[in-house]
Design a protein. Structure first.
Length: 186
């Protein structure tokens, strides 16, 4: 660069800003993560195995967490519009890693990034962003997965209780029981 070979600090400050979306059209997310890892000096085979293993774990746990949260919202919402408004409360938190992606990419070990890795709603996306950029400490992954599982169980218990209270309050459970008894008699 400018007649000489750039040092590591200079290489880390160089970026590429395409005119269209940041991901190439013919590259998969896995290939993108492996490519980013190779730029940071992480071997392709190690990056691929980590992305496949942790990607599946975080996808399943993130999906379950949002499914349970949506079920909880569905149990207390009386209309579709009300359900959408209530679900926006936690869906907005899920978008935070996308908004902070440049910061996460520049600072994968920063305290804010660590908090996003441990916060259950933001953990799946944050970990996938960090996966190709740096070695994530084992304690951070274990704690993140533990918090995700605990959140899923807690949200499931809370959603079940909300559903029970809501149906008892509005008498739907009693109405359904009456229909079942009527169906048996018929």
């Amino acid at each position: 660069m400018l007649g000489g070979s750039p040092d590591e600090a200079t290489k880390n400050r160089i970026g590429y800003l395409p005119e269209e979306r940041g991901l190439y059209r013919k590259i998969t997310m896995l290939e993108s993560l492996v490519y980013l890892a190779s730029l940071k000096g992480i071997g392709a085979q190690l990056a691929r195995s980590r992305a496949e293993e942790l990607g599946i774990v975080y996808f399943v746990l993130g999906y379950l967490l949002f499914a349970v949260l949506m079920a909880g919202v569905g149990s207390i919402a009386t209309t579709a519009r009300e359900g959408q408004q209530l679900s926006a409360m936690f869906t907005m938190f899920g978008v935070i890693p996308f908004i902070l992606a440049p910061f996460i990419m520049e600072n994968p070990s920063h305290i804010v990034t660590q908090i996003l890795t441990l916060f259950p709603i933001t953990a799946p996306i944050t970990v996938m962003i960090k996966l190709g950029l740096a070695d994530i400490p084992t304690w951070e992954l274990v704690l993140s997965i533990t918090l995700l599982v605990a959140s899923i169980v807690g949200a499931l218990l809370l959603a079940a209780k909300e559903c029970r209270v809501t149906t008892d309050t509005f008498g739907l459970l009693h109405w359904l029981r009456g229909d079942l008894i009527f169906a048996k008699l018929a």
